[in-house]
Design a protein around this ligand. Structure first.
Ligand SMILES: [Zn+2]
Length: 262
């Protein structure tokens, strides 16, 4: 049955794709054929992906889900927020390759892992990135420490799962509080089109700089704030804050003053 479907779809593909020779199609590995089917499926009905190819998993942190994936006012929240304490270890959920490790606008300090089948996981608002770009990490490896860098009102992990660069609801696959698998497959009518959505944590695909530069972050100075503590909190540098606000490092911060952070 499955074979028949593959053959039918492959034939259609050949019919409508004259530039692809039959040989190319026949040489395709089962995995590639599977991808072709997924793509057709995505285009015509709804998006489906399967996490069973990702192998074993370990939950990145243990904590309460303080904000789920989904609509948040008129914004869209593309990930799951899990409460943690400053400095808690954040672990790689699946085996993967580190493709980003560093500050990224509203995400603050962010680690992105790339997994098979164009699936990625995002770990944001860290206080420290430990994994380096190019590293291969195994499930459970510590990739960073928890924090509240970027656009975050409390220390937490913003976790995202993306498939073909679109963010999906990880809570349909995993129960983060009970630390249990819910389903291996994901299907959803309308995955979030990241380029169109806005969220508290930036929803723009990582290579779409346009949305990102519109994002501005301000901080109202409170008692006890120092340039150093603010730089640490937002994952930036004292120098950057000084430049943005035309300050010198020795300027006394007045309580209530609005500082531009980015
Ligand atoms: Zn979040």
């Amino acid at each position: 049955m499955t074979k028949k479907i593959i053959l039918t779809i492959t034939s259609l593909f050949v019919l409508f794709t004259p530039e692809k020779s039959i040989n190319t199609i026949l040489k395709a590995s089962p995995l590639q054929t599977e991808t072709v089917i997924n793509k057709i499926d995505t285009a015509t009905t709804h998006s489906i992906f399967n996490i069973s190819n990702l192998g074993p998993y370990v939950f990145p942190v243990k904590g309460k889900v303080i904000s789920p994936y989904g609509k948040r006012g008129h914004r869209f929240h593309p990930g799951t927020d899990i409460k943690l304490q400053l400095g808690d270890t954040v672990r790689a959920m699946f085996k993967g390759i580190v493709v980003r490790s560093g500050r990224y606008y509203g995400y603050g300090l962010l680690v992105i892992l790339k997994h098979p089948d164009d699936i990625e996981t995002y770990y944001a608002h860290l206080s420290k990135c430990i994994a380096n770009v190019g590293d291969t990490v195994n499930p459970g490896d510590v990739i960073g420490l928890g924090g509240r860098t970027g656009r975050a009102t409390t220390t937490h992990l913003h976790f995202e799962i993306r498939y073909h660069a679109k963010a999906y609801n990880a809570q349909k696959l995993f129960d983060f509080e009970q630390q249990k698998l819910i389903a291996e497959n994901y299907s959803e009518e309308t995955p979030v089109k990241l380029a169109d959505s806005k969220s508290d944590t930036l929803a723009a695909p990582i290579n779409t700089e346009k949305n990102v530069h519109e994002e501005k972050i301000f901080h109202i100075i409170k008692k006890g704030d120092t340039l150093f503590s603010l730089a640490k909190k937002y994952g930036t540098t004292v120098n950057n804050i000084c430049k943005l606000n035309h300050l010198s490092e020795n300027t006394i911060l007045k309580i209530g003053r609005k500082l531009k952070i980015q």
